[in-house]
Ligand binder design. Structure first.
Ligand code: NDP
Ligand code: GDR
Length: 343
């Protein structure tokens, strides 16, 4: 029988890869999208299906995690077998500027969705996009038993979502799991996260269209993996016999500085000639080092990352050089906007 999945955050990096994965597995996929004054579906446009056709497998629905009633209506209609809650205000630096909005989307949004599941009277398997940011100030290596110490409004909101997901599992017997995912990136990564910011700048500098790149703390260590592999891990978490929480990570940590060095030198450039400091990119409280221990996922899910941060830097630089060669000036103008409106 065809399985049905409901994905919040389908227009984001992970949502787009997960939608692809589930469609390839034969699922009927329903995605929640926010109404915006411009189209925000660029990452999933290649999956477009004409809704007038028969046998359509991907359907998009307007809604928002701030609108609980809408979530109940949708879950009632769709009655999914699996729910993936990927939607969030997901930028850590921005969460210091918009703490209340972040709490509402990244924290309270999860309880709205869980309550919508209950009110719709359905028993889907439920995936919560938890984060390595939960560990915050607790030093690496971090696994499922490591104590949490959130260091931002974003991480504090995700902490609430982590515990409320666990609580609904224990209180109502819902098959609800937390995927505690370490940073994962791709050519589809949002332009203001550090990896993509760097690889896009490398492409623009290489093309002679940009000279400088303004950055914050280069000493931070992150365990960067490849997003396309991580969505497979999400799906596997919902296919087990018992609901459990899992860490997904590569186990390899590198500094932002090393990611810069690799990315620039891959394009034949010297990062020190181009990178400048801008305190706007510092955070009031920083997370110094995140390096995951993914052994539980390897043992119980048979999941293992094959791309670490060093390979990812090259993969993303290649993709951005390629994108630039196709898109030209419009792409360059877009790169400049990074420092205008964002952190
Ligand atoms: P993105 O920022 O790329 O995508 C976030 C998605 O959430 C977008 O589709 C966005 O819609 C949607 N969204 C934001 N606010 C709302 C709202 N109020 N109602 C409905 N939808 C909303 O994130 P990623 O794909 O990178 O991450 C997916 C999830 O995993 C997030 O929850 C993130 O916090 C978490 N996570 C990510 C990690 C990573 O390294 N990528 C690591 C660990 C956890 P729109 O397109 O309209 O903005
Ligand atoms: P992070 O990702 O905060 O780990 O959250 P981000 O790429 O924003 O930052 C990683 C590290 O790089 C440092 N940094 C900069 N960061 C940005 N964005 N821009 C800069 O110019 C810059 N200079 C240095 C940061 O200080 C930080 O230490 C991501 C998000 O996807 C979350 O949603 C997710 O939960 C976590 O990863 C795991």
């Amino acid at each position: 029988m065809t399985k049905t999945a409901f994905i919040t955050g389908i227009t984001g990096q992970d949502g787009s890869y997960l939608a692809e994965l589930l469609l390839n597995k034969g699922y009927e996929v329903h995605g929640l999208i926010r109404r915006a004054s411009t189209f925000n579906t660029a990452r999933i446009d290649h999956l477009y299906e004409d809704p007038h056709d028969t046998g359509v497998k991907l359907t998009l629905h307007y809604g928002d995690l701030s609108d609980g009633v809408r979530l109940v209506t949708l879950l009632n209609e769709i009655k999914p077998d699996e729910v993936y809650n990927l939607a969030a205000q997901s930028h850590v630096r921005v969460s210091f500027d918009e703490p209340e909005h972040t709490a509402d989307t990244t924290g309270t949004g999860t309880i709205r969705l869980l309550e919508a599941v209950r009110l719709a009277g359905i028993q889907p398997r439920f995936y919560q996009a938890s984060s390595s940011e939960l560990y915050g100030a607790t030093p690496p290596p971090q696994n499922e038993d490591t104590p949490f110490y959130p260091r931002s409004p974003y991480a504090a909101a995700k902490l609430y979502s982590y515990w409320i997901t666990k609580n609904y599992r224990e209180a109502y017997g819902l098959f609800a799991v937390n995927g505690i995912l370490f940073n994962h990136e791709s050519p589809r990564r949002g332009e203001t996260f550090v990896t993509r910011k760097i690889t896009r700048a490398v492409a623009a500098i290489k093309a002679g269209k940009q000279k400088e790149l303004f950055m914050g703390n280069l000493d931070a260590v992150r365990d960067w993996g490849y997003a396309a592999e991580y969505v497979e891990g999400m799906w596997r978490m919902l296919q087990t016999d018992e609901p459990e929480d899992f860490v997904l990570a590569t186990g390899v940590g590198i500094t932002v500085r090393e990611f810069l060095e690799i990315s620039f030198s891959h394009a034949g450039l010297d990062w020190e000639e181009h990178v400048r400091f801008d305190e706007r990119y510092l955070r009031p409280t920083e997370v110094d080092a995140l390096i995951g221990d993914p052994s539980k996922a390897a043992e119980k899910l048979g999941w293992k990352a094959t791309v670490d941060g060093r390979e990812l830097a090259k993969l993303m630089v290649d993709a951005d050089l390629e994108a630039l060669s196709h898109a030209g000036q419009a792409w360059i103008d877009d790169v400049k906007l990074e420092s205008w409106s964002t952190k």
